[in-house]
Design a protein around this ligand. Structure first.
Ligand SMILES: CC(C)(COP(=O)(O)OP(=O)(O)OC[C@H]1O[C@@H](n2cnc3c(N)ncnc32)[C@H](O)[C@@H]1OP(=O)(O)O)[C@@H](O)C(=O)NCCC(=O)NCCS
Length: 144
């Protein structure tokens, strides 16, 4: 078997006491005793999907496969609990997040320029100078 494509010794642990409702969880990536990344999953029972959210890796540890390991944990969680797809939305401008989701097998489902961030007032100035593009991704695990 080949060696994993993330740092040796990396552990992905579910954070104790963070299961808010059935089907939701929060994980931390731990390397040499330090938390170096986080990710969360939230279940949407109405359409049998899991939403991946809060993906972030400490800037000093990026480019080592840690986000990929965290993303795979969410996919594993969705498979084990019989959800049919994993979905996510992102306003990330940088290429890293998009490459990450593509490399995990997500499909880009479209984007919208009319996303309103919390706290935005939709004033004329905001509409002219502060457009946020919101991208939706989906990874289908099985047909319904
Ligand atoms: C996006 C982020 C989580 C990626 O974390 P990471 O641990 O560096 O990512 P990985 O090393 O696991 O890389 C995963 C894939 O993305 C690609 N990738 C990562 N950073 C990249 C970059 N800067 N440019 C191009 N590709 C990149 C890798 O090549 C890899 O693809 P591969 O498996 O095909 O080689 C990290 O940059 C981050 O925390 N950014 C700020 C927060 C953020 O944008 N979160 C996502 C919000 S939705």
């Amino acid at each position: 078997m080949g060696s994993p494509d993330w740092p040796q010794g990396l552990r992905i642990r579910s954070a104790p006491g963070t299961t808010l409702v059935l089907g939701s969880c929060f994980w931390v990536a731990v390397l040499d005793g330090n938390v170096v990344g986080i990710v969360a999953a939230r279940a949407h029972e109405e359409d049998n999907t899991v939403e991946l959210l809060r993906m972030s890796v400490d800037s000093r540890f990026r480019g080592k496969g840690i986000a990929k390991a965290l993303g795979r944990k969410v996919l594993e969680f969705a498979v084990v609990h019989n959800y049919s797809a994993v979905v996510l939305g992102t306003t990330a401008v940088k290429v890293a997040a998009h490459k990450l989701y593509e490399s995990l097998g997500f499909r880009h489902m479209g984007s919208s320029d009319h996303y309103v961030l919390p706290g935005m007032t939709l004033s004329l100035a905001e509409r002219l100078f502060f457009q946020v593009r919101y991208h939706r991704y989906r990874l289908q695990l099985r047909e319904e």
